[in-house]
Design a protein around this ligand. Structure first.
Ligand SMILES: [Zn+2]
Length: 381
């Protein structure tokens, strides 16, 4: 049984990120784990994070939707969690997949405001109505409550649509245009601030500068949310574009292309990249090369370069008119307009994430699917 719970926690881990380009909602983990009414179980359980992540996936009808979890340090030693759960949260904290803070206070709301994301919370937010007027905007506060087919998200205002691509606030954009360095040498979130000449510099596990979380603002000064130290401005941050892979009408995955990191998409690209193999039909798998198309961002311009055997299609403005389809042959490159769609095979597309408002799937793959009901029940009681 313990093994299966660990598998679920691994599946949940794959959905945790503090990357501003990929996170779709912000949560206070210490709040979520205490939603005992979601399963009628123990006072605190990490599996509830999985239930809430599933609810978010169903809400936005998309596969693989990640959340930004803020974790108060106290949760790392909370006796209401199992020792296994505490160990897992500590590992997440060390690896920087969650953000650890001395106290949550309004950090969840600060992140949500800077990044333009919804907060998944029950009722908190009233206290910010004056200082953060956006909490009353439709879809900015969503509460996970029990539902017939598992927990559902209920918006306090409006129907609660979550935008396909979040719009950071002006301050958020400003903060995200720089790379930040924390003077603490073991900082996983803003680790570039340590001594680069240290013999241990290569061993530090730090978040890539492109994926750094937004700094906290203390009296207007960018501050490390974990260490409370003033952050050093370490220079301009590489620009990013968020792209989606859409196969047979379903958004399977989002990924980030930055000026520093071009990304190859294909059946099974060598040395990383976006691997489509698992979602392809036999015919598509035969047609699409292991590495098929390379996406790069330079001087604000996104481009596609064919690196395949059979060529890559470009559909200008997403047009399905075959007369307008452009074929790139091997090594040919073309700049992508804002609404251009890259076609690797019929119904296998890559485009900017904002092109597709719906992920196209009503029952996304559950992070809980590795947890037999029996295992959950047994561990909950
Ligand atoms: Zn730090």
């Amino acid at each position: 049984m313990r093994f299966e719970v660990s598998k679920v926690l691994d599946a949940i881990e794959a959905r945790l990120t503090t990357d501003p380009a990929l996170a779709r909602a912000v949560v206070d983990l210490s709040e979520i784990v205490r939603y005992a009414d979601l399963d009628g179980g123990r006072p605190a359980s990490m599996l509830r994070l999985g239930l809430v992540i599933d609810a978010l996936g169903r809400h936005v009808a998309e596969e693989n939707v990640p959340v930004y979890a803020v974790v108060p340090r106290g949760l790392l030693s909370d006796a209401d969690l199992t020792s296994n759960e505490r160990m897992v949260v500590r590992r997440w904290a060390d690896d920087g997949v969650v953000e650890v803070v001395p106290q949550v206070d309004d950090r969840v709301f600060e992140v949500a405001e800077l990044l333009g994301l919804p907060v998944l919370t029950r009722g908190r937010g009233e206290q910010f109505r004056d200082s953060r007027g956006w909490v009353d905007e439709p879809g900015r506060l969503l509460a996970a409550v029990p539902g017939a087919g598992g927990p559902v998200l209920v918006a306090r205002v409006g129907r609660g649509e979550v935008p396909a691509v979040a719009e950071p606030s002006p301050m958020g954009r400003k903060l995200l245009s720089r790379v930040w360095g924390c003077p603490e040498s073991n900082c996983s979130a803003y680790g570039s601030g340590g001594d680069p000449d240290s013999p241990f510099a290569d061993m530090r596990k730090t978040t890539s500068p492109v994926a750094q979380a937004p700094p906290a603002l203390r009296s207007g000064v960018p501050t490390c949310p974990r260490h409370g130290t003033r952050l050093r401005d370490a220079g301009p941050r590489p620009a990013v574009e968020v792209l989606s892979v859409r196969i047979d009408g379903i958004v399977r995955k989002r990924f980030v292309v930055s000026t520093e990191n071009p990304v190859v998409v294909g059946r099974a690209p060598e040395g990383g990249g976006v691997m489509l193999g698992q979602w392809l039909t036999d015919d598509a798998r035969k047609w699409i090369s292991r590495g098929h198309v390379r996406l790069a961002l330079r001087s604000g311009e996104l481009s596609a370069q064919d690196v395949s055997t059979n060529g890559t299609g470009i559909r200008p403005n997403g047009s399905f008119d075959d007369d307008q389809r452009i074929t790139l042959n091997r090594d040919e490159t073309r700049a992508l307009g804002p609404t251009d769609v890259v076609e690797l095979y019929a119904n296998v597309y890559v485009g900017r994430a904002k092109l597709w408002n719906s992920g196209g799937v009503s029952q996304p793959h559950s992070v809980m699917s590795d947890a037999p009901t029996m295992a959950i029940r047994k561990f909950e009681r």
